[in-house]
Design a binder for this molecule. Structure first.
Ligand code: GLU
Length: 432
């Protein structure tokens, strides 16, 4: 089984969507189940409604899953596992206050050495623990030897016991920390492969250590994806608007194009433009580059245009508030003028809005409007043009400029002969 495990703590980051996409593809390729696990154990950081938003995004992108779990529902299991570890002396109660720990961290920083837990509370006797009324966290004992694993993208990685350290598995409020909850849930969900962001590399030996101490011997495979850089070469953070999937939707990028882009990013693919379902046929996790990939909005714009071009016209029209293939075709005529729904929408809206009869072309526009009212339904623009020229006696710029304003509400744009086939059934509505 594979899983996507987002935390409902903010807008979905494109790096997370990439993780979701890769997990989905590989689950399909391996014919394994795929679940969504909402990691909501950090109550202080959870944001109400973000879980629903994540599921909506997955649906729009076309990621289907077998089940959704909320990690908080497993709280009793996490607590029981913590008790088991205490009983087996694999973990210990830690009474160090946040202030003490912070002071130790500061001291380590000043001495320019990596902070490690002092190990102080591990030495407490049962009597001392029982006699202590202060709140306590639970720490796992650090391993005796290095923990190593083979990462599908990064190769073999090994971590020394001191780098894993005796870390906290249960907070003072008796909720599990991320590493503890995640390690246990991957175990109880029988996860076979974890694909996640590279920022979790140092968590992996901790999670393996937890499961080792719990006696779980099934090996879980890991693939850590390199980070995505912004256009200036820094890690793409919340401060980069384009890092938010929601922002990209608001800017008028299609889910299909975003998925295409995230699969293409830092990867070798047999083609450039494809759908998520097509990628299942050839995607290879091993060919994902080890190096961080740079986000390129222009490339995404290019892909967006290509996907709009290929999209079913009726479906495309829906993104513009219509349900008519002709409007979808009309949108496609405007792809030279814009690459996103947001850029093209005002142009389609201008066609259906009241026209500027008070402009310098107002008089000619009225003549054309009248003639159009009397015109039979012509098949081609050429036929309509001849009819209108005859009726209005206008020609050249005097004819084309006002006609364009009347039909499109704009002074410039695609050839009227290209637009006409899709406008013709709306002429009476447009010419107003
Ligand atoms: N909740 C973690 C995150 O969103 C999940 C990491 C993982 O896949 O284990 O980063």
């Amino acid at each position: 089984m594979l899983r996507f495990a987002p935390s409902p703590t903010g807008d979905m980051h494109i790096g997370n969507l990439r993780v979701a996409i890769f997990n989905y593809i590989v689950a399909k390729q391996r014919e394994e189940r795929f679940i969504i696990r909402i990691e909501d154990t950090d109550k202080a950081r959870n944001i109400e409604g973000k879980d629903r938003e994540i599921l909506e995004i997955l649906q729009l992108v076309g990621i289907r899953y077998d089940e959704v779990y909320h990690q908080s529902n497993n709280l009793t299991i996490h607590q029981h596992m913590a008790i088991k570890m205490l009983e087996e002396r694999k973990a210990f109660a830690c009474f160090c206050s946040p202030e003490e720990l912070e002071a130790e961290r500061e001291a380590a920083k000043e001495a320019k050495r990596a902070y490690r837990y002092s190990g102080k509370c591990e030495l407490l006797s049962d009597e001392e623990v029982l006699a202590n009324e202060k709140p306590f966290t639970i720490r796992i004992k650090k391993p005796n030897q290095a923990v190593a694993f083979d990462d599908i993208i990064k190769g073999r990685l090994s971590f020394a016991p001191d780098d894993i350290d005796s870390f906290v598995i249960m907070r003072a409020d008796k909720t599990p920390t991320y590493n503890f909850a995640c390690a246990i849930d991957d175990m109880i969900h029988d996860i076979s492969l974890v694909i996640r962001g590279e920022d979790h590399v140092s968590n992996t030996p901790k999670q393996i250590h937890i499961r080792n101490l719990l006696g779980y011997d099934k090996e879980i495979e890991y693939a850590h994806l390199p980070i995505i850089l912004n256009e200036t070469g820094k890690k793409m953070s919340k401060r980069d608007a384009a890092s938010s999937v929601r922002w990209l939707f608001e800017e008028g990028f299609l889910p299909e194009a975003i998925a295409n882009y995230l699969i293409l990013l830092g990867n070798k693919t047999p083609k450039e433009i494809f759908t998520l379902e097509e990628a299942i046929g050839w995607f290879d996790l091993q060919s994902v580059s080890k190096a961080a990939a740079k986000f390129d909005l222009d490339k995404l714009r290019f892909l967006n245009r290509e996907h709009m071009k290929r999209m079913d016209s009726k479906e495309l029209s829906r993104a513009f508030g219509f349900a008519d293939a002709a409007i979808g075709e009309l949108v496609k005529c405007y792809l030279e003028e814009g690459s996103t729904i947001k850029e093209i929408k005002p142009k389609i809206e201008a066609i259906f809005s009241a026209k500027p009869f008070d402009s310098e072309w107002g008089e000619q526009m009225r003549r054309l409007q009248k003639a159009l009212g009397e015109a039979p339904p012509f098949e081609t623009f050429d036929e309509l043009k001849s009819f209108l020229m005859k009726e209005t006696k206008l020609k050249g710029k005097q004819f084309f400029k006002p006609l364009r304003l009347l039909l499109t509400g704009a002074e410039h744009g695609p050839e009227l002969s290209h637009l006409y086939p899709y406008l013709k059934s709306y002429i009476m509505e447009i010419v107003k």
